[in-house]
Structures are given as structure tokens and as C-alpha cells.
Design a protein around this ligand. Structure first.
Ligand code: NAD
Ligand code: ZN
Length: 447
């Protein structure tokens, strides 16, 4: 394979080919833009000079590829993320797949870590909403091939544990021993690096990679939403029990809430109402076909009751989580108690917004211990049911992919900003401040 590769260097192709790994050689066949890791003692020809010029660096001593780094976004402490050189991702186990990331999103879940509201370790690479091209596969990988365009579920599943077998891949018992559930670049979900980087190691590659159809490149911004928010929004409607004809209220018009609205429509809801206090996000909800409900004055539950003839919505989705707020102050039980109020007796409530077992930095005494003052009496009297948890992305991503391919779902419509990886820190800042117009940020490490 290496012998077939034509070095861009005119003088010393042998030196180059000796030091470029199999993975890189595959890339080199495709594009000279990936030659940044080329090892060379000096710029010996026009092609080498061009490489040095393009990548702003040159290696003085021949080093092996394994020692070379990649660019990645690293968490360095509360509200401090930096793009820097990190050890290259690589195949570590025979079942691994290595993906060159072409799109990776910033998620509302990243913000809990960004704000220092989790026990995320400093020095780790963030990013769990990833899509890219397979550049290397381990010896034990059978299905996935180099060159496949794949989208990766944010949860890492083994495929063979008790939970994965039942489709509950968000609660895999193998990938993060001692805990149920693993994810890329996520606090408390295993040691896995995130994909806000040039490359990502994907464990149990055959199981976790969703191969994309021929229009993958053209619809990349749609397909990348299959990594998390589209299946998560869909999961909220499944947990709530949405059926055709139901009225549905969704708390949160962030990316997840908007995807829950899209999913509720796909499932045939008769009326979808989305609650938030950000006009730009509510406008997107309207664009998706939902009724926007502005909660700036805290009257959302009353508004929902009014819109449903005093009965309440058939189903409710919580897409905000433990940092839900009212007029700038966190009130952790607010959305849950509003949902209990706004959903009809015997209705269902699906909770995908993240709630944590401990939140030492919370203002609220109970929330510090991961507890909520829930209107449990109301809930019981109304005979409602609540279902919660991480989305089992793999349970839905294939079918949702096919809706995108068929032109029946276009989740990319919520994207507001497309940035190169180098600008990721700015993306985090604006998205974290819920700045007007910053509704979903996608990063393009290969741009
Ligand atoms: P986001 O922070 O961008 O959006 C949250 C939205 O909720 C914001 O628009 C905010 O204005 C709104 N909000 C805040 N307080 C509110 C209140 N009291 N009433 C109504 N709306 C309120 O985040 P996102 O990316 O949309 O994610 C939402 C939640 O889903 C987060 O907690 C995230 O961690 C979680 N999440 C869960 C899963 C899962 O698998 N369960 C997956 C992805 C994200
Ligand atoms: Zn996410």
C-alpha cells in the first residue's frame, strides 16, 4: 500500500513513505491537505516547502507518526477551553475504528462541563456529537471500511451486555465499568476522548458506527444531528409516550427541545407547544411547526392549560435539565413542576434534560444533593407517569437517518453557526451565554 503511494515530495519519497503510517497513507492518496504529519528532515523541494508553508511547521528530526499530535479542544477549567496539540487518537484495540472528524457539534451537555458544573477533569478533549470519515480500522473490525462516512452515537456501547442487547445502549455495562453508560468527552462517562478534534478513536467500531448513505457529504449537517440531539429529542417523545393525535408540551427550545418538537410532529402529534423565554429559539420552534410559548413572566403552565381547554397537554417533554432557570436564577424543580401542572391527568412526561446525582455548586440546598422538591402529590393525584434518562441513540439513529435521506426531516435547520475548530472557544462562549442568534454551533475540524 505504501509503495503505491505517490509522495508529494519530488526528492526523497522513500524517507516520506517510510515514516508515514498506513492511516496517513490512505489519507494522502485522497488529499494533500492531510500531509501535515509528513516527516521530513528539511524542506527539500517545492512540494515540501508548500507543506511547511501550509501547515506552518516543519519537523527537524524524523519522528514516527505515533509521536505526532493532532489539534483538539481541551477543557482547562470553568469557562476555559483551548484548541491545542494533543496526542494523536489511534487504534488501541482490535475492535477500534479511527475516524477523521469532519463535523462535530457543541451541545447543551458540553455547557454543564464548560461552566464547571460537573467533575470533568481538566486536560480532557470535549465533544460527543461526531461525524467523519473512517481512516483506519482495527484487525477485529469486519463491517466498517476505510472511507466509510459514519456518524457516531454519543453513547459508546459494547453491543453484547445485558443493556445493549435490549437496545439500551445509553446504559452499556461494559464500556465504563462500574457505571451504566459511556460517552466521548463526557464527565463521569468513562475515559474516552471527545471528537472536537481532528481524529477520534471509536471503540467497538462495528457496533457504534452508523454508516451514512451516498448523500452523506451533501447532507452532513443533517446527519451529524443523529449523533445526539435528533435521537435525544425523539427519545423524549418516546419516554412521554407520544402517539398520533396527541397534544405535546415541550419545555426548552434549545437544540434538544427543538428536535423533540420535530420528533413529535414526525410521530403525528396534533399540537406541539414549545416553552422558552428566548425569542430567537421560539422563532425556530415556530418554523418547525410548533406553537411558541414565551415563559418570560413564568406563566407557561397557565398558557398551556388555556390552549388545551383547561385539561392539559396529553404529553410533556423536559428538555432543559438541572440548570433550568427563571429570570436568570436557577430553580432546579421549575420545569418538572410546570410539567406536572401543564400535562393532563394520566398523561406522560419524558425527561431527557440532564439532572445530576450531586451539584455542589447549586444555590438550592436540595439540588446540592441532587434532590428536587417535586410536586409529587399532584403527580400522584393526576396519575401521571415520568420516564427519564440518557437517550439510547442507537435505538433510533438508523430510522431517523432514513427520514433524512428521504428528505422527510431536516434537523440542520436549527444550525446558526458553522466554525472551524480553531474558533471553537468563541463558539462555546456565545452559545453558553445563549446569545441572540446562537442556536446551534457546528465545528469543522477538517476545514
Ligand atoms: P440548551 O442549554 O441550549 O437549551 C436549554 C433551553 O432551555 C434554553 O433555550 C433555555 O433558555 C431553556 N430554559 C431554561 N430554563 C427554562 C425554563 N424554566 N423553562 C423553559 N425553558 C427553559 O441545551 P440543549 O442542547 O437543548 O440540551 C437541553 C438539555 O438536554 C441539557 O440538560 C442537556 O444536557 C440535555 N441532553 C440530554 C441528553 C440525553 O441523552 N438525555 C442528550 C443531549 C442533551
Ligand atoms: Zn450532545
Amino acid at each position: 500500500m505504501l509503495r503505491d503511494w505517490k509522495s508529494p515530495c519530488e526528492n526523497i519519497p522513500v524517507l516520506h513513505t517510510q515514516t508515514v503510517s498506513k492511516r496517513r497513507s490512505t489519507l494522502l492518496e485522497k488529499s494533500n491537505a492531510d500531509v501535515r504529519v509528513l516527516v521530513q528532515p528539511f524542506p527539500c523541494c517545492r512540494a515540501c516547502l508548500l507543506l511547511v508553508f501550509r501547515h506552518g511547521r516543519h519537523f527537524d528530526d524524523p519522528v514516527r507518526f505515533e509521536e505526532i499530535s493532532m489539534k483538539a479542544l481541551v477543557y482547562e477549567g470553568p469557562r476555559k477551553v483551548v484548541v491545542k496539540e494533543m496526542p494523536d487518537a489511534k487504534v488501541e484495540r482490535p475492535t477500534d475504528v479511527l475516524v477523521k472528524i469532519t463535523t462535530t457539534n457543541i451541545c447543551g451537555s458540553d455547557l454543564h462541563m464548560y461552566e464547571g458544573r460537573t467533575d470533568m477533569e481538566t486536560g480532557r478533549i470535549l465533544g460527543h456529537e461526531n461525524l467523519g470519515i473512517v481512516v483506519e480500522v482495527g484487525a477485529g473490525v469486519e463491517r466498517i471500511k476505510v472511507g466509510d462516512r459514519v456518524c457516531l452515537p454519543f453513547n459508546i456501547g459494547c453491543g453484547f451486555c445485558k443493556n445493549c442487547e435490549r437496545g439500551l445502549t445509553g446504559f452499556c455495562l461494559t464500556a465504563n465499568p462500574g457505571m451504566a453508560g459511556a460517552a466521548y468527552g463526557f464527565a463521569g462517562m468513562g475515559p474516552y476522548s471527545g471528537g472536537q478534534a481532528e481524529y477520534l478513536r471509536v471503540p467497538f467500531g462495528d457496533f457504534n458506527c452508523l454508516v451514512l448513505p451516498p448523500d452523506a457529504e451533501e447532507k452532513e449537517n443533517d446527519y451529524v444531528m443523529l449523533s445526539d440531539i435528533f435521537p435525544t429529542g425523539y427519545h423524549a417523545t418516546v419516554l412521554a409516550g407520544v402517539e398520533p393525535g396527541d397534544s405535546v408540551v415541550i419545555y426548552g427550545a434549545g437544540p434538544v427541545g427543538l428536535m423533540a418538537a420535530l420528533s413529535a410532529s414526525i410521530k403525528g402529534a396534533s399540537k406541539v407547544m414549545v416553552v422558552d423565554s428566548h425569542p430567537d429559539r421560539l422563532k425556530l420552534a415556530e418554523k418547525i411547526g410548533a406553537i411558541p410559548v414565551n415563559d418570560s413572566d413564568g406563566s407557561s403552565a397557565e398558557q398551556i392549560l388555556e390552549m388545551t381547554g383547561g385539561e392539559g397537554a396529553d404529553r410533556g417533554c423536559e428538555c432543559v435539565g438541572y440548570q433550568c432557570s427563571c429570570k436568570g436564577h436557577e430553580v432546579p424543580n421549575l420545569t418538572m413542576n410546570n410539567l406536572i401542572k401543564a400535562v393532563r391527568p394520566t398523561g406522560g412526561i419524558g425527561v431527557v434534560g440532564v439532572f445530576v446525582a450531586e451539584d455542589p455548586q447549586a444555590e438550592d440546598k436540595l439540588a446540592k444533593k441532587g434532590q428536587l422538591a417535586l410536586d409529587f402529590g399532584q403527580l400522584w393525584m393526576k396519575g401521571q407517569h415520568i420516564a427519564t434518562g440518557q437517550a439510547n441513540v442507537k435505538a433510533y439513529n438508523r430510522k431517523l437517518r432514513d427520514l433524512i435521506a428521504a428528505g422527510k426531516a431536516r434537523p440542520s435547520q436549527i444550525i446558526s453557526h458553522e466554525l472551524p475548530l480553531d474558533k471553537a472557544a468563541q463558539g462555546y462562549k456565545h452559545f453558553d451565554e445563549r446569545e441572540e442568534g446562537w442556536t446551534k454551533v457546528v465545528l469543522k475540524p477538517a476545514a
